[in-house]
Ligand binder design. Sequence first.
Ligand code: ATP
Ligand code: LTN
Length: 333
Amino acid sequence: MTKPNLLSGMQPSASSLHLGNYLGALTQWVAMQKDYNAYYVIVDLHAITVPQDPKELRENTRRTAAQYLAAGLDPEQSALFVQSHVPAHAQLAWVLNCITGFGEASRMTQFKDKSQKGGADNSSVGLFTYPILQAADILLYQPKSVPVGEDQRQHLELTRDLAMRFNSRFGDTFTIPQAQILKETAKIYDLQVPTAKMSKSAADPKGLINLMDEPAVITKKIKSAVTDTDGEIRFDQANKPGVSNLLGIYSAITGKSVAEIEASLSGQGYGSLKSEVAEAVIATLDPIRVRALELLEDKGELDSLLAKGAKKANEQAEATLALVYDRLGFVRP
Ligand code: ATP
Ligand code: LTN
């Protein structure tokens, strides 16, 4: 029986993934690879929609790959590859640019948010067409399912609209993909500002637990996490966001329910909660950090795993692109 295709991706925009990326996305990618023919892409073409230092981009691309593998993505089972290794992404993006309305693209909220931060003149046209490149990433692989965070819902809607539009104008070509919005329970908040989601672009690095942080650093960050003065270990997102975040992290890491954790820590102080959370987080993350560093020592081996992923991805992507070009009426060589 053939497994359905699945695709997802992340930008290589930092030297380390954070705990939110890990619990909110990566662990679910790992869990899904058995049941799907999965493609996981590191989207370097997307990363350059905002300025990147070339040396850092190269380093961060490999570091992202190493962390995926260290966290359990199996290159025998899933294709792990770099977007720029598969030329069809840029090629299909051009075609999709030509069937996207200007107004339609202008309604994408991520562009509005990101361009507001930098000012219109500092925003590239690439940033404007980012969601269209993302649609190309997805549609090339004919996936049924695209696991993403809530923030990507609008881009998935655009992808579906473009696929349906192409199919109705040119004949059935693309599978209409379904967004699989990852569980909200896995949303991790900033340790310093527990009402904001943990994010690479956080103002204060103390709020962010990185996969590549040393154990002592993780302990220090968790010990300095913002809590409250009421002293009771209880989940209450609205009134106790800091404590609730620690409970959420603990629960996601250990698989124990929040109620179970509340019961086992009942009557104890925040110090105990923090110690237990730190211990659990380190027990999970440290082997990943150590393994990722090992993988990064042998860049040749890492690059050859990525080349293998790209080979598989290119086969699928070229087949879809050839069909698209044919449907469009391009004369084929
Ligand atoms: P940026 O700060 O640049 O927006 P980010 O840290 O939010 O980046 P992305 O690269 O946008 O991370 O997201 C990669 C994946 O990780 C997405 O599926 C996203 O939903 C998930 N993710 C990111 N932050 C969190 C979080 N705090 N909790 C749960 N999941 C998260
Ligand atoms: N925009 C996504 C990254 C991304 C992606 C994709 C996710 C680019 N192409 C294709 C899923 C499928 C993000 O910022 N998380």
